[in-house]
Write a protein of this length. Sequence first.
Length: 345
Amino acid sequence: MKRLTILSTFIILTAMLSACGAEAPGTAEEETPMPTVLADTSIIAEGRLEPVEFADISFSTGGIVDEVFVVEGAQVSKDELLARLENTDALEADVTRAEADVLSEVAEAYEALRVAQQRLDNYSLPSKFDGLTPAQAAEEMLVKVNKARTDYEPYLGYDNPRGYIKDLKDVLDDAWADYNQSLTWMNREADLEAAKIRLAQAQLDYENLQSGDAVAGQSSLSAARIALSNAELRTPISGTVASLDVKAGESIAMGQASATVADFSNWLVKTTDLTELDVVNIAEGQKVTVTLDAMPESPLSGTVLSIGQNYSESQGDVVYEVTIALEETDPAMRWGMTALVEFVE
């Protein structure tokens, strides 16, 4: 019984060794293929969402805030008054007086032109001036004065000149009279031209007064308008009051940030973490995909608007600012949201 058991064990072990040494059919010449890995050519960057157009607004002078006319979130139009400082009423009065002076100058200029024209029209000229301009007449008469003076000078000192000497003196006196008459004519012509220039300037000032433009010649009006504009806080763009940092009764310094107005109808994404190795693979007009961290389920399409020419450094890397114009908007979008930008080559 013991011998049978040993023999049985030997047979079983032999069978097991034979099975282990045999090759599985069809596996000797085959190898498992390696998976193919495709190169990822996309460039990923992080940016911030901001409106295409916005303006940080401040007073151009310091003072006490008198009134605030808007609240944060309000919709405003270009040039709308947001707030103003105290003493604005007096400044408005200065502007009104200066505008009245401009209107008065137009009337006075018209009157000055009328008088100058009348004085010239009523001035009698000798026939010898026919065909001459005032300047030409003055020049010719001066020649005659000089000749007559040269002829008479040898006889100066005669108390009672007679005959030939008297004739020479009369010629000199007549030459002086003609010369003075030519000068009067020339002066009246000059007065008329000056009156025309004065009226033209007055009319230009009036036209600019109507259009709201300032002219250098309107020194008092320009100064009054500048003083008034400095005391008012107006928005240079239409949009939404994104922030408002002024209150009635508080003191504010010149240039102190007072309000920000932004147009939230169009958005940009700006990213500054594109390295020198990545930025060379990006071009203006290139399409990108933008995913906001706050809205991962709604990716947005965009286009590379500009690539910065200057660089900055971030954590030892040279990086460039790239601006992306978004082609889509969403009411949930907010200024400053973090955006993931994917540039696909």
